[in-house]
Design a binder for this molecule. Structure first.
Ligand code: C2E
Ligand code: MG
Ligand code: MG
Ligand code: MG
Length: 282
């Protein structure tokens, strides 16, 4: 095991890794193996219009099907993937899997936008727009079929470089969304200059709307702010009908959450869409 580590300079010299942490080192090598063995899975969660209930998009969410530990959720490995730079390979895998799914859905007459999450490390890669363009042409899908979700903190890590990459991606025709809005630090004056199409209100506010009037006020203010800036506003973390109706009343454009659907394997989307079109109550 030690020899394997020594051979890999990236592991040993990665500045953010606690070198004494055997756990994070073995996690990195396990992530690499998982990629080789194709153990990552594309899950999708529908985003619906709160005006008419139509499914407008799906968010791509990664799952790791570990041979011994069963499913591993992103919160348990995405931070490590970001620290070690492995995220770039994972983003590539997710973009490719999403483009492939997009092609299959189009062939079946289903046209939905796909939102893919990207990280700071991705934005620092000057070649990201070109890499994405190659994936799109490989699967014969369009940049306009995609929306990229980026957190405020990912942008603020290096605003100048992030802005440059985001401008290129937007110029290609991809939409941009600010994910987990309200949890990071970013100046509105700065956000205003970015080519953003959508604000996604963080689920921490949405989950507490029922119990805490302050959270409802934050959500309402964010919806108004987004609309005043000409942006679409999406709420994540809708767990019941009451919260969904409240968001509707507040004028929120789209919603996503367990009340509508949990994330599901991409292969299950088509049957789910059929049931939704027959039973949805928005
Ligand atoms: P996110 O992008 O903010 O995604 C929303 C998360 O909220 C997802 O968790 C989703 O399953 C969860 N969620 C959706 N509806 C509800 C609900 O009604 N109630 C509750 N309690 N949770 C809900 P997930 O899939 O575990 O992903 C967690 C985070 O990991 C994501 O947050 C995103 O930041 C990151 N992530 C996931 N997949 C990727 C990926 O492919 N690339 C990158 N860079 N990050 C990813
Ligand atoms: Mg997201
Ligand atoms: Mg989010
Ligand atoms: Mg979130």
């Amino acid at each position: 095991y030690a020899a394997k580590q020594a051979k890999n300079g990236a592991v040993i010299y990665a500045p953010d890794i606690d070198k004494s942490s055997q756990q994070s080192l073995s996690l990195l090598s396990e992530m690499r193996t998982a990629l080789e063995r194709n153990d990552f899975r594309l899950y999708v969660q529908p985003k619906v219009s709160l005006t008419n209930g139509e499914v407008v998009a799906v968010e791509a969410l990664v799952r790791w099907l570990h041979p011994e530990r069963n499913f591993i959720y992103p919160d348990q490995f995405i931070p490590f993937a970001e620290q070690t730079g492995f995220i770039r390979q994972l983003t590539h895998w997710m973009m490719n899997a999403s483009a492939q799914a997009c092609r299959e859905w189009k062939n079946a007459g289903i046209h939905l936008k796909i939102s893919v999450n990207i990280s700071t490390r991705d934005l620092m890669d000057q070649e990201l727009p070109e890499k994405f363009a190659n994936i799109l042409s490989l699967h014969q899908v369009q940049a306009a079929d995609f929306c990229l979700e980026i957190t405020e903190s990912a942008i603020m890590d290096d605003p100048v470089r992030a802005h440059l990459t985001l401008d290129k991606l937007h110029a290609m025709g991809m939409e941009l969304s600010i994910d987990d809005f309200g949890t990071g630090y970013s100046s509105l004056a700065y956000l205003k200059r970015l080519p953003v199409n959508e604000l996604k209100i963080d689920k921490s506010f949405v989950l507490k709307m029922e119990q805490d009037i302050d959270d409802t006020k934050i959500v309402k203010s964010t919806i108004d702010l987004g609309h005043n800036m000409g942006l679409r506003v999406v709420a994540e973390g809708i767990e019941n009908a009451k919260v969904m109706n409240l968001l509707k009343e507040l004028g929120c454009d789209q919603g996503q959450g367990y009340h509508i659907s949990r994330p599901m394997p991409a292969s299950e989307l088509q049957p789910w869409l059929l049931t939704w079109s027959q039973h949805q109550t928005i």
